[in-house]
Design a protein around this ligand. Structure first.
Ligand code: ME8
Length: 517
């Protein structure tokens, strides 16, 4: 078995129900997890909820409930959403679980043993919404004398006794890390931002709070709870059994990639490696900061009243169409915009009309006219070979190479070009006409197409797992021959049996309230 592979998403704040950004990140991570499994790697995939901190405590207070009750309720919505979206996580993590307290305290003690924690007094700006400290110089003017964080969130002046982490000590080691591992932070633009931030100088970080108690207790100073980001980041270790020397930890740490949004790159690419260096734990291999999803170019917000429930999108358009759209429409590192119309257009033109139509017309033709089975004996002609080569190359080389780099849109573009080539071949070869004139040649054409459809369905299966499985079932492809290694064998060389083909991609109706684009 090839190298084990560990991928994580951010853990999400369950101070409300999940939004489309949460769905986007988790779908992308799921595609990577499924893709690596199909590459033959043993994969561990973790997602979950980040339940401590002031933001949760305040929200619970506003609602007249306890943080634990709020977390229990909201975390359930996240898990339900991820199950609905066909997310193949191995562990759904909750930071309020007992094993996580023990792991966070162990990491704390390891940093303390290295001389990196000291007690002092914090005086400065804090944004509860971002759960982040900011320097005065980073703040922006919100008008009328109001100061806002660089993310545009309110900040408050905070004074309290606090433990500090000697982040300043790690400035040079971090810069060396970025220099020696150019892929540690991706995409490149985000790496440049982080490097500039670290080069400008690092101040020690306040890592505990005393003004509330919803969090992990600081060992030996029980009136302090850890700064929520200290325990949140530790989730990546806890999920593997840290601090015990478990088999899971040995196998999967260091993580191959922490997949997160662009707003939290600093926590993952500055604080996290510094904590790990201090505690003597190996560093993750890559932090990838994806772009933000906007609705018709705008951020979703309760104030604008344009918040979409991702469960409704899944119900309205189907899980596979939604997954396909989110990875196909724009490149993963960049911000992207979505709208119901754009989802419908993309799904109808590429999934229903192109790939779905190809599969359905070939398979239903075989079911109707060939007794459901095809064995080709006529010679393979150059046009057949050229199509097989193009499709096989797109599926076994181009798409996987792009997906390895998280360039999903580019990989799907190669895949789509292969679908177009198949449709052009069907039109040119016209198997329905060959049925009368040259039935042997017709079988060769159909076999070639079935080989191509098999390749296309396997290659795209990490993105649209349910529809791909349906197509592969209809082509009678055995369950153990649906990975990328299987693409080396051409089913067109044997007998292909088609069973009960059903359209895999229903055509979607344009929503009635669709806005003109
Ligand atoms: O930041 N488009 O949690 P969170 C794409 N608990 N991604 C988005 C997005 C959008 N519109 N809005 C948010 C936290 N995200 C912390 C993480 S990890 C140890 C702790 C992404 O619920 C965001 O960038 O605010 C982050 O990666 C994830 O959703 C969770 O955001």
């Amino acid at each position: 078995m090839a190298d084990p592979f560990y991928i994580t998403t951010a853990i999400h704040y369950p101070n409300g129900k999940p939004h489309i950004g949460h769905a986007y990140e988790t779908i992308a991570a799921d595609v990577v997890a499924r893709f690596q499994r199909l590459r033959g790697r043993e994969v561990r995939f973790q997602t979950g909820t980040d339940e401590h901190g002031l933001k949760m405590a305040q929200k619970a207070r506003d609602l007249g409930t306890t943080p634990r009750a709020l977390a229990d309720e909201m975390s359930g919505y996240f898990r339900d959403l991820f199950d609905r979206l066909n997310i193949s996580y191995d562990r759904f993590f909750r930071t309020s679980e007992d094993d996580h307290h023990r792991a966070s305290q162990a990491l704390w003690r390891a940093m303390e043993a290295n001389g990196d924690l000291y007690l002092d007094r914090y005086e400065g700006w804090y944004s509860i919404r971002d759960e982040a400290y900011y320097d005065e110089a980073e703040l922006v003017d919100g008008g009328r004398g109001e100061k806002l964080s660089p993310q545009g969130t309110p900040v408050e002046w905070t004074v309290e006794e606090s433990w500090f982490f000697r982040l300043s000590k790690y400035q040079e080691p971090l810069l060396a890390l970025y220099r020696d591992n150019p892929d540690f932070i991706r995409p490149e633009g985000r790496r440049n931002e982080v490097e500039r931030f670290v080069e400008s100088g690092l101040r020690d970080l306040s890592v505990s709070r005393t003004s509330f108690d919803w969090g992990v207790k600081v060992p030996g100073a029980e009136d302090h709870v850890m700064y929520v980001w200290v325990d949140a980041l530790t989730n990546y270790l806890t999920g593997l059994g840290y601090p015990d020397n478990t088999e899971l930890f040995d196998k999967f740490w260091p993580a191959n990639v922490h997949l997160i949004g662009k707003d939290i790159v600093r926590f993952h690419a500055v604080y996290w490696p510094a904590f790990l260096m201090s505690a003597g734990v190996a560093l993750p291999k890559e932090v990838f900061g994806h772009g933000f999803l906007l609705k018709r170019g705008q951020k979703e917000s309760k104030t604008l009243g344009n918040v979409t429930d991702p469960v409704e999108l899944a119900d309205q358009f189907g899980v596979d169409s939604l997954r396909y759209f989110l990875l196909r429409e724009f490149s993963f590192g960049q911000d992207g915009s979505y709208s119901p119309e754009a989802i419908v257009n993309r799904s109808n033109s590429e999934l229903s009309n192109s790939f779905g139509n190809l599969a359905q017309r070939v398979m239903s033709f075989i079911a109707k006219n060939c007794g459901g089975s095809v064995t080709a004996t006529a010679p393979i002609e150059d046009v057949d070979q050229a199509l097989r080569n193009k499709v096989n190359n797109a599926c076994a080389v181009e798409l996987p190479d792009a997906f390895e780099k998280l360039a999903f849109a580019a990989g799907l573009e190669s895949w789509m070009q292969a679908v177009f080539a198949c449709n052009a071949y069907v039109d040119e070869q016209a198997p329905w006409a060959l049925r009368k004139t040259d039935p042997e040649r017709m079988l060769r054409v159909l076999a070639t197409l079935c080989g191509c459809i098999r390749d296309l369905a396997i290659a795209v299966s990490p993105v649209i797992p349910a529809a791909s499985a349906k197509l592969l079932d209809a082509l009678s492809i055995p369950a153990d021959a649906r990975d990328y290694a299987a693409l080396a064998n051409d089913p067109a060389l044997g007998t292909i049996t088609v069973e009960n083909p059903q359209p895999a991609f229903p055509r979607l109706d344009m929503p009635e309230d669709a806005q003109a684009q």
